[in-house]
Design a binder for this molecule. Structure first.
Ligand code: BES
Ligand code: ZN
Length: 925
């Protein structure tokens, strides 16, 4: 008997060893879940003891012989005595069992060694009971709270956030996007609450033993990935939408915010319906719930049928939310609903292709917004904003390809970045523009239909689009989408096209190379080749609306670029512009004569004959070229001096983005006075044209002009232009003297941010306290956000120091989700910069604990610091800090690399351009 026991122990040890030796971060591929049955009881009676327990029943198909079931599970207590396993696919030998279990904490694996081998073709049913606390971390199944103002009591709710890899914190599962399965979810909770999940309620019945508790079972879902599962137990109210199509649509919020749901309830169904038409595929679920969660890690999450939002991204108040807030809200709703097709119906196989989710949702959202609110010109606005972001982020050597191999788990979270979102979106738009409407739509529809309820890779999309494009003739037969698009999604960076015209032959010679911000990298190392769609127009033609390519820059088989000659161009007195309406992500540099012609037109009454998007392009391009030394600052300043005529948002946005980078360095230098004078001169005309920050015409203005006005006002007050400061202070005084400032706010909504900031900057301690009290009392998230950022405008060292401490106090009044933004605001303040830098360096250990386990937040703390560092000595200090804090910063390697590179390029700028820029400025003062 003893020897048998020994043999058993030895056997299970050897199995354990075999399993422990599996040290790859992906799940083994021997098994596939076929269906989940998830029952969860949520207990929220006692603040000290908020918890849940449940069982998950998973039907698992074996694809290969295996003696273990490897699942994901993290921070869950599993009652091993209750685990059962049996074979359910046929009559033979149903009973199986578990010999032992193991945990691999590095990969969050929970490994069950089985008594008998699981055989391919058979289906097994595994039952696992589990329990855990409802934590405060904003991931997994967690708790959130709000204060009920009537009872003056804290109310608790429970909610999920699973993407990318936190379903494993809520129940044991195969937590990879490729493992799709239908879910039957049943929630148990006290009957005073409401339970919501992805699907509509099937039935509710009393709990078998707990008095006043109920079980609510939801309909079986369609096959879906674990990261899209969602459920919540809450005491919220909802606003129903009235929608022509069959989908039931409800918008949920805490009861005291229910009147802020109207706009989302109106916009959501409109955009959902538009997508049904756009994709030619009906929304497959019977209902959508969208819910505003007080504590929420990101802006929003697209869970299928139960979309979750942070309050600021879903709730709209006509008295408190600005035009910008409203557009952001619509964009977020449009984005999450776009995911219902791109992401939920068809899901990327693995996180490498997260851009198929995020890039598409970003692009499709701008189509949706354009459709519902054409007056916002969202397509134009988003295209330019996206390009401005890409031109910055992707000019770093430390950037990465859109389709990005994942080598370690932390890279999954890091992939939700500007490259997946903004660059992803811009290459989708590029395809839309070069393919044309018909091929684009047909290709997408066939891709969505073919992979519905399944997973896909970018290759699959290329195939569907190529097929459609060849059918319609939108693409020559010897071109494939794959050849073109691989150059954009598998390579890091973007090209600059150098255009050299021959004015007598009327031709232009085009070459390409990677555009890099780091000027120490030699020409030979700027390799890469992109298939570039070349649209262009001339001074004579001025046809910026034609965005289909007249020619292509091509690459040969070895990946080298082939130079391209463009013929039939005009003579020496006429300019050409490439990349109409920024239809693809590339920069264009011209010869001196062409720039001269462009400068002449811009600085004349004819400036509007250049499309507004291309005016923004010229500003951004020339300022980058001056920064990296490919153009003289003299030329760049001649280009932007036309801005005294400019009245449109986008060119100003491009200019402000660029001036900001220079400003945060230059303001620390002895020659700052020149830049101040220059900026004053540049901005005064537009400030006056827009009537400063007077509250006249606010209601009748075009939305673009409202956005432009707030942008200009921000700069105007910073540079003490005209009456900006005095007007701000007087609005604020008026507000402060009101007997009921929480009910009456005389400050025009679009100027609140600038008025509050200026008043805190110039104001007293009492002003700070006054605004802090308004923060505490505010019931609208958008107003809270504006106040939070404005409180960081103080120039008092002690105030800022105290604010930093309040911000990272786990029991403090700033929610964790907002702390990175508050830190950024403090760090962007000229006095706050050094304080914030020191605070981070001194407290990195406690800040890291504060964010545990969502270290990705820490990535957001670095950019406002690195933007302002420009000496070699400070570069080394930052580098030393990063290497000393390896442990705390190990999950944000991408952000630390980018920050170091940014500092290096700032150092280069200072060393190369400081004097040159100062002297160039003199001519324009
Ligand atoms: N799928 C994301 C949410 C997400 C982000 C989950 C990062 C896990 C990690 C969602 O669709 C999203 O992109 N949300 C954006 C808002 C959107 C309007 C760009 C966000 O939260 O910022
Ligand atoms: Zn998204």
């Amino acid at each position: 008997m003893e020897w048998l026991l020994l043999l058993c122990v030895a056997l299970s040890l050897s199995l354990a060893r075999a399993n422990s030796s599996y040290d790859y971060f992906r799940l083994p591929t021997a098994l596939r879940p076929q269906k989940y049955d998830l029952r969860i009881l949520t207990i929220m009676e006692n603040v000290e003891d908020l918890r849940f327990n449940g069982t998950v029943k998973i039907q698992i198909e074996a694809l290969q012989n295996t003696k273990n079931i490897t699942l994901h599970s993290k921070d869950l207590t599993i009652d091993e005595s209750q685990i059962t396993l049996r074979q359910i696919s046929d009559e033979g030998s149903p009973e199986n069992c578990i010999t032992s279990t193991e945990v691999n904490p590095t990969h969050d694996f929970y490994i069950l060694n089985t008594c008998q081998e699981l055989l391919p073709g058979h289906i097994y049913e595994l039952n696992l009971p589990f329990s855990a606390k409802l934590q405060e971390q904003l991931a997994g199944y967690y708790r959130s709270s709000y204060v009920d103002p009537v009872a003056n009591k804290t109310r608790w709710i429970s909610i999920t956030q699973f993407e990318p890899a936190s379903a494993r914190l809520a129940f044991p599962c195969f937590d990879e996007p490729g493992y799709k399965a239908p879910f039957v979810i049943t929630l148990g909770y006290h009957k005073k609450f409401t339970g919501l999940s992805n699907m509509p309620v099937k039935e509710t019945k009393p709990h078998e033993s707990l008095p006043d508790y109920v079980w609510t079972e939801f309909e079986e879902s369609l096959p879906m990935s674990t990261y899209l599962v969602a459920y919540t137990v809450n005491d919220f109210s909802f606003k129903p939408s009235t929608l022509p199509s069959g989908t039931l649509f409800r918008t949920w919020a805490r009861p005291n915010a229910i009147d802020q749901c109207d706009y989302a309830a109106e916009f959501g169904p409109k955009v959902l319906q538009y997508y049904e038409e756009l994709f030619g595929i009906k929304f497959p679920l019977p209902k959508v719930d969208q819910i505003a969660v007080p504590d929420f890690s990101s802006g929003a999450m697209e869970n299928w049928g139960l979309v979750t939002y942070t309050e600021g991204a879903l709730l709209y108040s006509a008295e408190y939310s600005s035009q910008g807030d409203k557009q952001d809200l619509a964009n977020t709703v449009a984005h999450e609903l776009a995911h219902q097709w791109f992401g939920n119906l068809v899901t990327m196989n693995w996180w490498t292709d997260i851009w198929l989710n995020e890039g598409f949702a970003t692009y499709v959202a701008s189509l949706g917004m354009e459709n519902v609110h054409p007056e916002w010109r969202s397509m134009q606005f988003q295209s330019v904003s996206n390009m401005l972001t890409i031109f910055q982020k992707d000019s770093l050597e430390s950037s990465h390809p859109i389709s990005r191999p994942i080598e370690v788990v932390s890279q999954i979270s890091e992939s939700f970045d500007e490259i997946s979102y903004e660059k992803g979106s811009s290459v989708v738009r590029m395809m839309h523009l070069f393919l044309g409407e018909e091929s684009f739509r047909t290709g997408l529809k066939s891709y969505l239909e073919k992979y519905a309820y399944k997973n896909a890779e970018q290759e699959n999309l290329w195939e569907s689009l190529t097929e459609a494009a060849h059918k319609t003739g939108a693409l020559p037969k010897d071109y494939t989408i794959k050849t073109i698009m691989d150059s954009w999604t598998l390579q890091t960076g973007y090209p600059v096209i150098n255009v050299t015209r021959d004015y007598t032959a009327r031709t232009a010679e085009l070459t390409q190379e990677r555009y890099l911000l780091n000027t120490n990298i030699s020409r030979e190392h700027r390799d890469g080749c992109w298939w570039v769609p070349l649209s262009y127009t001339t001074q004579e033609e001025k046809d910026f609306n034609n965005t289909s390519p007249k020619a292509w820059m091509e690459c040969n088989e070895t990946g080298d670029s082939l130079p391209r000659t463009i013929k039939d161009l005009p003579g020496p007195d006429q300019w050409v512009i490439f990349n109409n309406q920024l239809s693809a992500p590339y920069k264009v540099n011209y010869d001196a004569q062409n720039w001269k012609l462009l400068i002449e037109t811009l600085n004349s009454d004819e400036y509007q004959t250049i499309h507004v998007v291309n005016r923004a392009q010229l500003i951004d391009d020339v300022l980058y070229f001056a920064w990296t030394g490919e153009q003289q600052y003299d030329v760049a300043l001649q280009v932007i001096s036309y801005l005294h005529r400019e009245r449109e948002l986008l060119p100003w946005k491009a200019a402000f983005d660029n001036l900001r980078s220079i400003n945060v360095i230059f303001r620390q230098m002895p020659n700052f006075r020149s830049l101040k004078g220059y900026i004053k001169k540049l901005i005064t005309p537009i400030y006056e044209h827009l009537n400063g920050i007077n509250d006249t015409d606010l209601s009748i203005q075009h939305p673009d002009q409202i956005l432009l006005r707030s942008m200009v006002a921000n700069w105007a007050c910073t540079y003490q232009i005209s009456d900006c400061e005095s007007q701000s202070l007087s609005y604020f005084r008026k507000w402060r003297s009101d007997v009921n400032p929480d009910e009456n706010n005389p400050v025009p909504i679009s100027f609140r941010s600038v008025v509050y900031c200026t008043s805190i900057k110039r104001g007293s301690d009492e002003d700070w306290e006054f605004l802090w009290t308004r923060y505490q009392k505010a019931n609208v998230a958008n107003e809270k956000e504006t106040i939070m950022d404005s409180l960081a405008c103080s120039l008092e060292v002690w105030q800022l120091q105290r604010y930093l401490e309040i911000n990272f106090d786990p029991k403090g009044e700033i929610r964790k989700q907002d702390s990175a933004s508050v830190f950024q605001s403090i760090a962007s303040n000229k006095i706050g910069f050094l304080l914030a830098k020191k605070y981070l360096m001194d407290n990195v250990v406690s800040i890291s604990k504060f964010y545990h386990p969502q270290y990705e937040y820490m990535a957001e703390l670095l950019p406002p610091l690195s933007d302002q560092i420009f000496t070699r000595k400070d570069y080394h200090e930052f580098k030393t800090f990063i290497s000393k804090s390896k442990e705390q910063l190990k999950d944000i390697e991408q952000a630390t690399n980018q920050s170091l590179e940014i500092i290096l390029t700032n150092v280069q700028w200072k060393e190369r351009n400081y004097e040159k820029f100062t002297s160039a400025l003199q001519k324009f003062l």
